[in-house]
Every structure is written in structure tokens, then in C-alpha cells.
Design a protein around this ligand. Structure first.
Ligand SMILES: Cc1cc2nc3c(=O)[nH]c(=O)nc-3n(C[C@H](O)[C@H](O)[C@H](O)COP(=O)(O)OP(=O)(O)OC[C@H]3O[C@@H](n4cnc5c(N)ncnc54)[C@H](O)[C@@H]3O)c2cc1C
Length: 314
């Protein structure tokens, strides 16, 4: 792209701000429009009861050195490495996640644990090969018993789709190459090359995840870009040489390029010249809503560190 192009970025979340920062560094004239009054999208940090809180838990971890480099460039040294502790509450008991054999064995009891191991061996010897979906992928790796206890209801509740309708790519993305064997091996022999799903340390900015996006905003502004809050884009019209952007207050402005990070359904429904088939198919996409419940605890130190319990209801 030639320098000095006028670029409109819809959305001040991680994607929009990253694009804006990279483009302003390359000398483009960038304006980010964010509908909300707070920057950061779903990764923002809000003030609640005199403290800063994120929307649910937000951990930063990436295998990609380019992403890590950019993150450090923006955050500097204002972050800590935090121990991860995740547990699954099942059958009135807390199970360590990633699964730890002794903890799982103890919680499941001898009979159920034996069933899990038998089921695991069964699907290792006779894997299901006819259908390829999330369900068969997990069963082949963990056995049916563990799949039904830990994966089925959780995934169906989270995504609102039956596991046999979830794509296999999604499973390999979410759970990577973790298997029961790997989980057991990792619990006995810790090594620095632990699997990605087993990462027990993550980077966390000292002022919450929104700190990253506030810093992005400051850096973009310093480089001459604009980040405008409380400004919603209503529709886009792709013209011959540029794009006509309409704001929710009715104002119109022309840009050489537009990058959109708004929900794709809203984008397609407010764009000109969209093929009929695309319009039809977009109506089949739907969103899962999330209700976050924050509990204020009447105690200064409930955990080892000050904190909120955040329950995510889907
Ligand atoms: C509870 C929860 C926990 C999560 N935990 C993690 C985690 O631990 N690690 C992790 O990496 N990710 C996590 N995520 C996911 C992460 O938050 C998202 O992947 C990320 O925020 C997506 O960034 P985005 O910029 O694509 O979209 P968004 O964050 O959705 O940003 C899009 C922005 O566009 C704005 N917008 C929409 N329409 C318009 C319009 N018409 N005009 C102007 N602005 C508009 C929105 O207000 C929003 O600010 C979590 C998400 C949730 C909800």
C-alpha cells in the first residue's frame, strides 16, 4: 500500500488496534472508530467497585514470536507472569485442569477411573474412523468415558452445538495435540516444552488486559493516528475508487481503505452490492451470548492474591 492512504478501522478491540498501530507505523493516515466509550473490545478492563476488572479471565499466551514481540513493545515491563490454576467443578468436586491422574483418580473413585482407562485403551486400539468431528476426535484421544465426563456437556453448553456437529479443525485448534497419555506424562515429568494447552504460566498486564489496548491507543495517537470513541459506523458503500462510510449520526466520510472488525453479520447487512447468496447465508450465523457475574466478597484476602470470583454463565 502506498503511504498516506486514508484508512478507516471499525472497532477499537485487539484486532482493530493492532491493524491501526502497524499501519500508522508505516505512515498511513489511520482513524479508528469505536462504538463503546471504553477501548479494548471484549478485552477491555472496566472499573467496578473501585477496582479494575476484565471481562472474564483474559490470559495472554502466544507461540508466535511476532505476536509476543508486538505485545512486549506495547506493554513494556508492566506485566507479571501469573500461575494458572484452572479447575473443573463436576459432581460436587474440583478436578485439576489439565487433568492430573492422581487428582482425577481420587475424585472419580476407583470404579469410574478403571472405566476411563479401559475406555481409553479401547479407542486407542479401535479408533472410530468413519466420522470426523469434534466428538470422534476427542473420544479417540481420551476414550468415551472421559469425553462424556469432561468434554461433552461443557462444549455443548459453551458453543450451543452438538459435539458431533462441531468441526474437527475446531477440536484440534482448541485442544491441540493433547491426549490422555500426554496429560499423564506431563503430570509426572514437568518439562519446559509442555504442551500449549498445559501452559501453567501466562503473562498478565499489571493494570488488567485493557492496559494493552490503552497503550495501543496512546502509541497510535503519538504516531499521528486517531482513535475516536463513542462513534458507531452504520453502513459502508464501496465506490469505484474509495469507500463511503456512514456514521450513526448520519455524517458521511470517504476513505481509501476500510478494515472492519465489527461482527461480520452487521458488516454484510450494511454493505452495498453483497451477492444474494452471501446475504442469505449470513442470516444462518448466530452469536452466543455470555453473562458475566461478578461477586463482591466481604473479605480482604479470600485467595492468595486479592481477587474477584467471576462466574461465566453461557
Ligand atoms: C469472557 C471472555 C474471556 C476471554 N478470554 C480470553 C483469553 O484468556 N485469552 C484470549 O486471547 N482471548 C480471550 N477472549 C477472546 C478475546 O476477548 C477476543 O478474541 C478479542 O477481544 C477479539 O478481538 P476483536 O478486536 O476481533 O473483537 P472485539 O474485542 O469484539 O472488538 C470489536 C470492537 O468493535 C466495536 N464495534 C462493533 N461494531 C461497531 C460499529 N458498528 N462501529 C464502531 N465500532 C464497532 C465493538 O464495540 C468492539 O469494541 C475472551 C473473551 C471473552 C468474552
Amino acid at each position: 500500500m502506498k503511504k498516506n492512504k486514508k484508512v478507516c478501522i471499525i472497532g477499537g478491540g485487539p484486532a482493530g488496534l493492532t491493524a491501526a498501530y502497524q499501519l500508522t507505523k508505516k505512515g498511513q493516515k489511520v482513524s479508528v472508530y469505536e462504538a463503546d466509550k471504553i477501548i479494548g473490545g471484549m478485552s477491555k478492563t472496566i472499573k467496578l467497585w473501585g477496582q479494575l476488572v476484565d471481562l472474564g479471565p483474559h490470559r495472554f499466551f502466544s507461540d508466535d514470536p511476532r505476536v509476543n514481540k508486538l505485545w512486549l513493545e506495547v506493554v513494556g515491563d508492566k506485566y507479571s507472569m501469573v500461575n494458572r490454576k484452572t479447575r473443573i467443578y463436576f459432581d460436587n468436586k474440583f478436578f485439576d485442569y489439565p487433568l492430573k491422574p492422581l487428582n482425577a483418580l481420587f475424585n472419580l473413585g476407583f470404579f469410574r477411573s478403571t472405566l476411563c482407562v479401559i475406555s481409553y485403551i479401547k479407542y486407542k486400539v479401535f479408533p472410530q474412523r468413519n466420522k470426523e468431528n469434534f466428538e470422534t476426535w476427542v473420544i479417540n484421544r481420551f476414550g468415551k468415558e472421559l469425553y462424556e465426563i469432561f468434554f461433552k456437556s461443557y462444549s455443548e453448553k459453551l458453543w450451543g452445538i452438538k459435539c458431533d456437529k462441531l468441526d474437527i479443525d475446531f477440536a484440534s485448534q482448541r485442544i491441540k495435540k493433547l491426549s490422555l497419555y500426554e496429560a499423564i506424562k506431563n503430570s509426572f515429568f514437568s518439562n519446559n516444552n509442555s504442551h500449549k494447552t498445559l501452559v501453567d504460566l501466562f503473562a498478565y498486564p499489571k493494570k488488567g488486559t485493557g492496559y494493552v489496548y490503552n497503550n495501543f491507543k496512546n502509541k497510535i495517537t503519538k504516531l499521528g493516528g486517531k482513535v475516536i470513541l463513542k462513534k458507531r459506523i452504520k453502513s459502508l458503500k464501496i465506490m469505484k475508487n474509495d469507500v463511503l462510510v456512514k456514521f450513526s449520526n448520519g455524517k458521511l466520510e470517504r476513505f481509501d481503505h476500510v478494515i472492519s472488525t465489527m461482527p461480520i453479520t452487521n458488516l454484510v447487512n450494511n454493505l452495498n452490492n453483497v451477492p444474494r447468496l452471501v446475504k442469505k447465508n449470513i442470516s444462518n450465523l448466530y452469536f452466543r451470548n455470555t453473562i458475566l457475574v461478578y461477586l463482591k466478597i466481604n473479605k480482604k484476602r479470600y485467595f492468595l492474591t486479592n481477587g474477584f470470583i467471576c462466574i461465566q454463565k453461557i
